[in-house]
Design a protein. Structure first.
Length: 199
C-alpha cells in the first residue's frame, strides 16, 4: 500500500473517495438482498420439484406394483427428444431458463403390451420432465449462490475495509493538518513577540 500523503489535496481526495464508497454501498447491499431473495425463490422451486418427483415415484410404486414383472419389456418407453434452454439476466447474473422439453413416447401395439403400460408411459414422461427441470433449477441455484457470495464479498469490502480505512486516513490527515496549523500559529506568536521585544 502506498504511503499516505498528509496534505490538503490528499484530504480532499480521501473525502471524495469516502463519498463514492458511501454512495455505492447502499446499491450493492440492495443488490445483495435482491439476489438472496431470488436464491430463496430458486431454492423453494427446487424443493417443490423434488417433492413432485418423490410424489410421482410413490404414485408409480403404489399404482403400478406390476413393474416387478421383469418379463414385460419397458425399455425406451419414453425418450428425451429435445430441451430448449434460454438465459435470463437477473441483476447481472446469467441464469438458465427451461423453455420446453420434448419427450417422445414409443408407439407400441396394444395387443402386445399390458394395459397399465399407458399409465406408466405417461408417468415416466412426467418424471423425465421433472428431472430435466430439476437439473436446470439446480444450475440456477448454483449460479445464484455464486452471485450472492461474490456480491457479499464486495459489500464486506466496502463496509468493513474501504470505508473504515478511508475514514481513518481522513482522521490522520486532519490531525496532521491541525497540528501544522497550531504550530504555525505558535510560530507566528513567537515571531510577533520577538519582533515586539526588538522594537
Amino acid at each position: 500500500m502506498a504511503r499516505l500523503a498528509l496534505s490538503k489535496a490528499s484530504l480532499h481526495k480521501e473525502a471524495r473517495q469516502l463519498a463514492i464508497y458511501q454512495r455505492f454501498l447502499p446499491s450493492l447491499d440492495l443488490k445483495r438482498k435482491q439476489l438472496i431473495a431470488e436464491r430463496s425463490k430458486a431454492r423453494q422451486a427446487l424443493h417443490e420439484t423434488q417433492a413432485r418427483l418423490t410424489a410421482l415415484q410413490h404414485t408409480v410404486s403404489s399404482e403400478l406394483p406390476m413393474l416387478a414383472d421383469h418379463e414385460v419389456g419397458l425399455e425406451e418407453l419414453v425418450t428425451l427428444q429435445r430441451t430448449e434452454l434460454a438465459e435470463e439476466n437477473l441483476l447481472g447474473t446469467r441464469l438458465p431458463v427451461l423453455r420446453s422439453v420434448q419427450i417422445t413416447q414409443r408407439v407400441y401395439s396394444f395387443l402386445i403390451r399390458p394395459h397399465w403400460v399407458d399409465r406408466l408411459q405417461a408417468l415416466m414422461a412426467e418424471a423425465l420432465t421433472l428431472r430435466v427441470r430439476m437439473q436446470v433449477q439446480q444450475e440456477r441455484l448454483r449460479r445464484l449462490d455464486k452471485a450472492v457470495q461474490k456480491i457479499t464479498q464486495r459489500v464486506n469490502l466496502f463496509d468493513k475495509v474501504l470505508i473504515p480505512r478511508t475514514r481513518e486516513n481522513i482522521r490522520k490527515i486532519g490531525i496532521f493538518l491541525a497540528d501544522g496549523e497550531r504550530a504555525a500559529v505558535v510560530r507566528a506568536k513567537l515571531a510577533k513577540s520577538r519582533h515586539l521585544d526588538r522594537g
